[in-house]
Design a protein. Sequence first.
Length: 132
Amino acid sequence: MPFKDTERGKAYQKAYLLEYGRKNREKLNGNARAWRERNLSKSRLIARTSKLKIKYGITLEEYTSLYELQKGCCAVCLMHQSKRNRTLHVDHDHVAGKIRGLLCDNCNLALGLLKDSEDTLLRLVGYLRNNG
C-alpha cells in the first residue's frame, strides 16, 4: 500500500476506482449486464427480498404467508393476482408502519389517492349511493 495514513490510502483508492470506472465503463456495464442475464431469476428474487425487508420490514416468507392467507387475491376487490399480471402491493399504514394486507394496483392507487382517509371514503360511498 503506497500510504501508511489510512485516510490518504482511502482517498487514493477512491480516486483510483473512480478513474478505473470512468475508463472501463463499457466493460463494467457489459459484465453487469451479462451477470443479470445469467442470473435473472436470482437477481429478481434478491431485489424483491431486499425491497420487502427495507421498505416494509417483512421477509419474503411473511409476504408469501399473507399471499396464501388472502388466496392470492386483493384484500379489497378480491380479484386474483393472475388477472392483473403484476404482484400484489404490500399495503401499510404510513404513520404506524403496520402491514394491512396485499392490494392490486387499482385498489392500492385508490387508497393512496384518498390519502387513507376513512371520512373521504365514506363520503365517496354516499356520493355513489345518492348518484348511482
